[in-house]
Design a protein around this ligand. Structure first.
Ligand code: SAM
Length: 199
């Protein structure tokens, strides 16, 4: 049984300024690194990590309560291939993650900020794509899903206008890996899915 918390956060000033040696958080730093950005309560992350013990998974969320919940569950399930960071997503990708470190991002149901005056809070914009591109490994992929179709159209447009990313077949998790939000919306609302590869 894992005794220690799987939660990590930058400690020193140098770590806060990044890059952070995230691969070294894991017992096997040489393995694939996949990141669930905005992991919420971790249903996808926990199921995926249990199914792929040879892959390292980093869950990132800004809500400590959610990170704590995932931490407790991962330890109960003895999932040594999970680490969790409580930090703001854009800051993590833009400043903390090292260049070319990430093999796959999963960004499922990011907050849609539906009011026009709040659209500036959305995660997907040109600086975020710069940060994604910098941190993706060659051939690395990003998988996105949202129930908010105007946001889906906006982020599809941002990717379509950026030659650094090439579309690939959209990824839909199998039923046992569906996120909490996906389970909530499935059958109720159409879900927009997009996957891209670093070109
Ligand atoms: C709508 S929920 C989706 C959770 C999960 N991905 C799912 O599909 O069930 C969005 C999650 O992203 C987190 N979140 C929202 N904005 C964030 C940000 N800027 N940085 C880090 N986490 C964020 C929230 O705390 C929440 O857990």
């Amino acid at each position: 049984m894992i005794e220690e918390s799987l939660r990590v956060e930058p400690a020193t000033e140098a770590e806060w300024l990044g890059p952070l040696a995230v691969r070294e958080f894991f017992a096997h730093p040489e393995r694939r690194l996949e990141i669930d950005l905005g992991c919420g309560k971790g249903r996808f992350l926990l199921a995926r990590a249990a199914k792929h013990p040879g892959t390292n998974f980093l869950g990132i969320d800004r809500m400590l309560r959610r990170i704590r919940k995932v931490d407790n569950r991962a330890r109960r399930l003895d999932l040594i291939n999970i680490r969790l960071m409580r930090v703001e997503a854009y800051y993590a990708v833009a400043h903390l993650l090292p260049r070319a470190a990430v093999d796959a991002y999963y960004i499922f149901f990011p907050d849609p900020w539906p009011k026009a005056r709040h659209e500036g809070h959305r995660l997907f914009n040109a600086p975020f794509l710069d940060a994604l591109h910098r941190t993706l490994a060659p051939e690395g992929v990003a998988h996105v899903a949202t129930d908010h179709l105007p946001y889906f159209e906006q982020l599809s447009g941002v990717f379509a206008g950026d030659a650094r990313f090439a579309p690939v077949a959209p990824f839909a998790p199998p039923e046992d890996e569906q996120t909490d939000f996906e389970r909530y919306y499935i059958g109720q609302k159409p879900i927009g899915r997009l996957s891209v590869r670093r070109a």
